[in-house]
Each structure stands twice: as C-alpha cells, then as structure tokens.
Design a protein. Sequence first.
Length: 163
Amino acid sequence: MLGAKTLAIGGLVATLLATGCDSVYPTTGQILGTLGGTGLGAAIGDITSSTLQATATGAAMGALVGLAIGSFADPPARVKATAATIQAAETGDVGQPVAWSTDKSSGEVIPTGAAYEDHGRSCRPLHQESTSRGDTTSRDVIACGTADGMWEVVDARPGDDGR
C-alpha cells in the first residue's frame, strides 16, 4: 500500500505546484514551503489514521499551509516592486533609485520629480524598471495617495531610456 500512497502524494504535489501557486513563476519559498508542508502533512495524516484518505488530506492541508508560509517568507516580485514604489513615492529623493530584488527578478523605482497636489491628493512622478528572466521593461508612472493612506498608479506609459 505504500506504493499507492507515494503515487497519490506525488500526484497531489505535482497538481499543487502546477495550480496552487499564485504566480506563473513560483518563488523558491513557495516551492519549498509547498513541498515541506506536503511531506509533513502526509506524515501527520499517515500517523493519525494510516489510510490513504488521511494521508492525502494531510498532504493537501500541509501543502496549503506550506505555500502560505513560503509566500510570506519569500514574497513574489510584484509585492517587492509595489513596496519599492510606495517607498519611492513617499520618501524617495529625486533621481535616487529604490531597488528591490527576488531570486528571479530585480528592479528599481526612481522618483523623477517632486511630490505635488492634484485634487487634494499627493502625487509623484516615478520611473519603474524591472528585469525578469532576462527581459527588462520600464515605464513612467504617476502615483497618487488615496484617502485610505494607500498609493495607486493613475497614469502609466512606456519608459523613455533617457529618463
């Protein structure tokens, strides 16, 4: 019966890796968290009941918890890029980059002008660049503060290499 359990768990892991991650390219933390959680959950399910259903349920629950922990430990690039955009908009000096990186992507956000008021909101022009898997993209944006203290991009256009 161990062979069937191993096959079931392997299939479950493959399914979770293919569909459970919230991005096309999962982070190392997401992969390791999902794998570790799956193994630990399967072991707990097997110890508590020794049935295929308990093992599979434990593996599934462990995978979900592991994915969540892995996502927290190693945030996706968009989370880091958003944090850099907020930092640049709120406190960045004109022309000074605010860098971010993950194990597969990197980038920077550069304030290109001083903050100004627009319809009662604080706004700031920024230049965003990111490189992922060898492809570099850039864009110029206007980020404005919202009433709830967040920031949103209200205007974006492809970046100019001359900045």
